[in-house]
Design a protein around this ligand. Sequence first.
Ligand SMILES: Cc1ncc(COP(=O)(O)O)c(C=O)c1O
Length: 673
Amino acid sequence: MTKKSLIIIQARMNSKRMPGKVLRNLKNVPTLKWLIEAAKKVNFENKIVVGTSSETSDDILVEWCKTNKIDFYRGSLNNVLRRFVEISNKFKSEIIIRLTADCPFIDPKVIDQLFYLIKKRSVDYVSNTQNRSWPDGLDCEVFTRSALLKCYKNAKNKEDLEHVTRYFYNNKNQFKCINLPFPIGDFSNIRITLDDYNDYKILKKMANFLDFGPNFMDTISIFNKLTIKKANKKFRDGNIYYSENKNFRKSNKIFKSVEAKIPLASQTFSKSYIQLPYKNAPLFITHGKGSYLWDVDGNQYIDFMMGLHSVILGYCDKDVDEGIKEQLDNGINFSLASTLEKKLADILIEMIPSAEMVRFGKNGTDANTGAIRLVREIQRKPKIITCGYHGWNDWYISSTSFDNGIPKDLKKYILPVEYNNIDQLNEVIKKNKEDLAAIIMEPMNAVYPKNDYLKKVRELSIKNNVLLIFDEIITGFRFGLGGAQEYFGVTPDITTIGKGMGNGMPISAIVGKKKFMHKMDKIFFSSTFGGESLSLRGSIATIEKIKKKNVPKKLFELGTYLDVGLKKIIKKHNFQKVISFEGHPCWKIMKVNDSQGVKGNLIKTLLIKGLINNGILINASHNISFSHKKKDLDYVIKVYDKVIKNLKEILGSRFEELKFPPIKPIFMPRKIL
Ligand SMILES: Cc1ncc(COP(=O)(O)O)c(C=O)c1O
């Protein structure tokens, strides 16, 4: 007789971390049998099939199935998606329930609930594994056969074929998906899955207290009893630093082969492993949507890096992407200029107070380098005062501690000053007046201008005939529609913008007063991809949306909401002296001080590690985008609460955990005073 529902238990002997785990005993009964007995207890008609591979290593598993009169199916080892399709073809079911051999303590009632949900809501895919709130180890996924077939038709990449359901949750636009949250809150830090020998130790103990198909609350309660009793806290105890609830195995594995071919395994220091907690962070991203990112291990994050500020609206913004796609049909990079340049220039001139003429570049470094060359040409003087970070080019990096590969004598032309120190600026101008072309500064980064600092900078620059450039690569379109210059009411001579202006597309611009900008043709600022049309079109769509939706106002509101919540949490834990967030609400920068003899850098690393482990991708600031949601910010505040509580315990007694390698900053262009 044809059964309408099929429970497929995915199992194989050759697990890398724990070979043969499916037939290892828990209370004298193989793990696999635990799953089968749980599956037998569900409240709907079904067929149970063990889905394994055709590899000889799985012969023993098949023998076990035969002996125990369990249906089985053998298919491809790596193309597990195909294996599932073949099983469903053979057993002709409308609904498929996927269980995996690493979840022996699955509760049949959980399976029932998910089965009920898919029936009742007529969707394609339901699970309790997305936006994880269930303990790790009670995983169940249910999907329709037609959705599985669609998935099989469309899934092309290796990961999607290997991880049967990955294509569902990564392509939610193609499938109706529902996630069942854990009924009593976030218990995702509890780990009762069987993945390695450490798990096995604890599951073996737990099994002595459990029957087949246990109630999940019993499972959790026994887990807690056993782990809390455990004197040696190093053993996984459900606290976030040890739970490894997110795993980064694939990231770490891929890293080795990537690093062999790509130095640093990344194109940017800030996106590389050296700026993230060692082996405890994702290293490779597969895709993003709104303010979410997914990594190669299938983990989902609320992103606070947002492409290093470049994604101001959110990943895959519909309006921007439509503009880009439309342009794509007409061509990418032409042999001559396009009228898109004038269109975007008009928009910038209308919005930015200092803008009367415009030139485009591809990134912030381009724009700043062009602006510096321009002011040197106008002034016929070589020296530049800097304040903040201005990109990777020789002229600026020569002044930092990371000046390898740059002729040492370039250093003498660059004079870095401290933000908010008007006396120092005055002094440096006085000393170098003869040779000084300009001041370039971020109008604000980690701290607000004090005592009319920006106004005084402007006055000093006019008085001394030094040009003033605002580097608004980050602040542009964020602090106000006209950038920080509009927000603070101080207009520079020249402005550079980039990052958010294309919602991720590589584009930047130098804008400024006509009397300076018309000299641009006296300097060599010229590149093959300058004026490339997809970025221009993307930028037009981005800025139009920024204007229409008053994005700076929204960023301010969201950032303030997060900041107020975090301040409460920090106060609750009496941690104000250790952690604070400085700067404008749209770009709050984490400041972490030394505490109880532990270096701030290490505390910050552990904090970031805890956040990442709970699905918050961050590397030292909250880069707010238009797509961040208040409900997610509530979750972020909750996670900070949990992580800071944990951090306090670590600082107080769990010294072992303080051996973690801290992230080291490359250099510190932005001082938080
Ligand atoms: C203020 C500022 N200026 C310039 C740059 C350099 O921009 P890019 O990395 O696009 O060259 C950055 C990059 O982080 C920046 O933050």
